[in-house]
Design a protein around this ligand. Structure first.
Ligand code: MN
Length: 203
C-alpha cells in the first residue's frame, strides 16, 4: 500500500494565533503531500522497500538502492518528520511539560527554560532548511539539528520532539523572524504526545 498523508488531528485554525490556518493548509495539504508523492514514486522503483515501514526504511538508508537513496532520504524523511510534527502539536496545549518528559528534561537540562533556550538555539543556528530535535540516544536525551529532511532515525536516534525550521513552516506569519516562531511554537506543544514518544523511544 502506498504511503499517505495522515489527516490533521485538529482543525487548520486550531493552532492560531501561534501558527496561522493558511500556513497549516499549505504545509499539511501541499508540502507534506509532495513529500508523500515523491516518496511513493521512489519506493515504486525499489520494490524491496514495499513491505517496510517508512521509519524502518530511514533507519537503514544504506540498504536502499543507490538510484533512489537521495529521494528516499529527502521525501521519506519529509513524510516521517511531518507525520510526527502534526501530532506533537495541538490546541489547548503548551505550557510546562508534564509527566515523564518533565522529569527527563529537568534531570538532563536543569530546567525547562534552559532546555527551551538550547533547543531554540539549535533551531536558530540551523543554516538554511532543517529541523531542531530532542532525541533519545544510547546515552540519554540530547538536542541536535539536522539539515533538509534528514531524520534522526538515520543516525540511530529516536526523535521525541522536532520543530520544522524550513521557511514554509513560518514565513507567512513570521517572515524572517525565525527566533520569534521558535519561541511561540512552545505554546502549541502537545506534551501527552511527547510523553508517548518518550515511552516509545525506550523500547
Ligand atoms: Mn515542513
Amino acid at each position: 500500500m502506498a504511503f499517505e498523508v495522515p489527516p490533521l488531528p485538529y482543525p487548520y485554525e486550531a493552532l492560531e494565533p501561534h501558527i496561522d490556518a493558511q500556513t497549516m493548509h499549505l504545509h499539511h495539504d501541499k508540502h507534506h503531500q509532495a513529500y508523500v508523492d515523491n516518496f511513493n514514486a521512489a519506493v515504486e522503483k525499489a520494490p524491496e522497500l514495499k513491505n517496510k515501514s517508512a521509519e524502518d526504511i530511514l533507519r537503514d538508508l544504506n540498504s536502499v538502492p543507490e538510484a533512489v537513496r537521495t529521494a528516499v532520504r529527502n521525501h521519506g524523511g519529509g513524510h516521517v518528520n511531518h507525520s510526527m510534527f502534526w501530532k506533537i502539536m495541538g490546541p489547548n496545549a503548551g505550557g510546562d511539560p508534564t509527566g515523564a518528559i518533565a522529569d527527563a528534561i529537568k534531570s538532563t537540562f536543569g530546567d525547562f527554560n534552559s532546555f527551551k533556550e538550547k533547543f531554540n538555539d539549535a533551531g536558530a543556528k540551523q543554516f538554511g532548511s532543517g529541523w531542531a530535535w530532542l532525541v533519545q540516544g544510547k546515552s540519554g536525551l540530547q538536542i541536535i539539528s539536522t539539515p533538509n529532511q534528514d531524520s534522526p532515525l538515520s543516525q540511530g536516534l529516536y526523535p521525541i520532539i522536532g520543530n520544522d525550521v524550513w521557511e514554509h513552516a513560518y514565513y507567512l506569519k513570521y517572515q524572517n523572524r525565525r527566533a520569534e516562531y521558535l519561541k511561540a511554537w512552545w505554546n502549541v506543544v502537545n506534551w501527552n504526545e511527547v510523553n508517548a514518544r518518550l515511552q516509545q523511544a525506550k523500547k
